[in-house]
Design a protein around this ligand. Structure first.
Ligand code: AMP
Length: 209
């Protein structure tokens, strides 16, 4: 299954993707995750994108498309993939259509208040990337990942000014993809307001699993 997880930041795309990878047995490809890894090792790509990410803006289409095109040429995605955080603009979606045939797009439906609450409390493992929430799903030990023992931190772009900017960017540049994919008959809406276990149930129902 070749699919896209579409939705605002903090909608739970990454969290559901971790579960969906097990259900569908296809890899998750997170462009944000790839950029964060590049920032962590200070590669040329990381140096180029750090400021853009910290400000809550989008990395340019050419850079992002080239990255995804290269990733989708690898063997492990032959059976399918979950694109988490890509495409985020119409030009990205149009480019994607030239090198891969997406079968389903999951639209994570959540109002801004839900996003602000989720992102404000989000904590991420620096080592394995697992997401926690300070209030809803805290780590057992403060600052330590329950899964791998890595350090748990607050993403630079989860600060209030960056959250505001990311929501603006989402509404202006990414939300038009909802109609773009709905018109192609690929869109499945899921209610992304509840806690993750319920979102998994909603996802399976939408997928007919
Ligand atoms: P995410 O982890 O998906 O919230 O992505 C974090 C940041 O990485 C975004 O705020 C952007 O700066 C950048 N990014 C991730 N995916 C894309 C994309 N498809 N296009 C442009 N920038 C992206």
């Amino acid at each position: 299954m070749k699919m896209i997880f579409l939705g605002p930041p903090g909608a739970g795309k990454g969290t559901l993707a971790v579960k969906a990878v097990e259900i569908l047995e296809v890899p998750q490809i997170s462009t944000g995750g790839i950029f964060r890894a590049a920032v962590a090792v200070q590669s040329p790509l990381g140096l180029k994108v750090k400021e853009i990410m910290d400000a809550g803006k989008l990395v340019d289409d050419d850079t992002t498309i080239a990255l995804v095109k290269e990733r989708l040429a690898q063997d492990d995605v032959k059976k399918g993939y979950i694109l988490d955080g890509f495409p985020r603009t119409i030009p990205q979606a149009e480019a994607l259509a030239t090198f891969s045939n997406v079968e389903k797009v999951i639209n994570f439906d959540i109002p801004d208040e839900g996003v602000i609450e989720r992102l404000g409390g989000r904590r991420v493992c620096r080592k394995c990337g697992f997401n926690f929430h300070a209030k809803f799903t805290p780590t057992s030990k403060e600052g330590i990942c329950d899964h791998c023992g890595g350090e748990v931190y607050i993403r630079d772009d989860d600060r209030p000014e960056a959250i505001k900017k990311r929501l603006e960017v989402y509404r202006a540049q990414t939300a038009p993809l909802i109609d773009y994919y709905r018109n192609k008959g690929l869109l499945l809406d899921i209610d992304a307001r509840p806690m993750i276990d319920e979102i998994v149930v909603n996802f399976k129902k939408a997928m007919g699993l």
